[in-house]
Design a binder for this molecule. Structure first.
Ligand SMILES: C[S@@+](CC[C@H](N)C(=O)[O-])C[C@H]1O[C@@H](n2cnc3c(N)ncnc32)[C@H](O)[C@@H]1O
Length: 297
């Protein structure tokens, strides 16, 4: 996709999201609910995982079965926060890039996740196509999405407290560049792209402000653990986790392949101390304190 046609998305550069949104246990229930869901959905073992929109790396330690993890986010400052939290090591590769122009070789990863990201994307199909391109046949891809058709939204709509119809298949932009997607739309697009949905979990089922406190956390998580599977098929929770498998047959990346130019798709990239140079189009991509910056703008 040409750079000029990149769909709009939300830029978190210079945001203090991790602290502001998750700090001081503000969302301990949601965070623990996601940990439970990931444990249920992640394969026991894997080689190379791509975490798309990784933010400050909140979920990264949960991918313990994978030998190596590539954290990728459009915001360089999110990658810096992730590196500060997780450290520099062979196990983690930090990349600033956008999901519409992934700087990776075809069929490179045997695992991928994208959690709390698609509500910031104005178009899903080009993002799913790029993800499909970089995943191997039989790779597991775990996608979380904010569910437009959740129970609270349905009740609010029926009682006149909300103007938009949660049954409408189109995404609703409830705040600028914050979209809520209908399950049918997300799942139809994923399936069209070649992902086969293996498991659906409903997550954060008890997201009720008056219940959420330290005292209630234990029993809430017990109920949550049960409801995730039991109510998964209903898709009425605010957050849905999908476990999908990429079924299309294609050859894996060669062992020597890793990055691909996000501008011209060339594999002729040469890494120097402070940059990666593309021999295809002549672009230089900075390496900022160990973080690859493959953003096009
Ligand atoms: C709500 S945060 C979630 C971070 C992390 N996944 C988590 O759950 O803690 C959304 C993240 O998606 C990233 N993001 C949004 N649009 C993106 C895009 N087009 N490409 C890559 N990352 C993007 C933002 O920079 C931000 O860090």
């Amino acid at each position: 996709m040409p750079e000029s046609e990149t769909p709009l998305f939300c830029n978190y550069d210079n945001s203090n999201y991790q602290q502001d949104f998750w700090g001081e246990g503000k969302r301990a229930y949601e965070d623990a609910s996601e940990a439970i869901a990931l444990k249920k959905l992640l394969p026991a073992q894997g080689n190379l995982m791509l975490e798309i929109g990784a933010g400050a790396g909140r979920n990264t330690p949960r991918y313990e079965g994978y030998k190596r993890i590539v954290l990728m986010d459009y915001a360089l400052t999110q990658m810096q926060q992730a590196q500060a939290a997780l450290g520099k090591s062979e196990r983690y590769v930090y990349v600033a890039a956008d999901v519409y122009h992934l700087p990776f070789a075809d069929s490179l990863f045997d695992g991928g996740t994208m959690i709390r990201v698609i509500h910031h994307l104005s178009e899903l199909p080009p993002a799913f196509n790029e993800i499909e391109r970089v995943l191997q046949t039989n790779a597991t891809f775990i996608l979380e999405y904010a569910n437009k058709r959740n129970l609270k939204a349905i009740l609010r709509y029926l009682t006149g407290k909300q103007s938009w119809n949660p049954m409408d298949l189109r995404p609703v932009e409830f705040v600028k560049l914050n979209f809520s997607n209908h399950p049918q739309t997300v799942e139809r697009e994923l399936t069209k792209t070649g992902f086969s949905i293996k498991k659906v979990l409903s997550v954060s089922n008890l997201r009720i402000r008056s219940l959420k406190n330290e005292k209630n956390l234990g029993w809430m998580l017990k109920v949550e653990r049960f409801l995730q599977d039991f109510a998964g098929g209903l898709r009425l929770s605010p957050s849905i986790f999908l476990q999908t498998i990429l079924t299309r047959q294609k050859p894996n990346a060669l062992p020597t392949e890793f990055f691909r130019c996000p501008n011209c798709s060339s594999y002729e990239l040469v890494e120097e101390a402070l940059l990666v140079h593309c021999h295809g189009c002549g672009r230089d991509y900075p390496i900022v304190d160990g973080i690859y910056d493959f953003r096009l703008k």
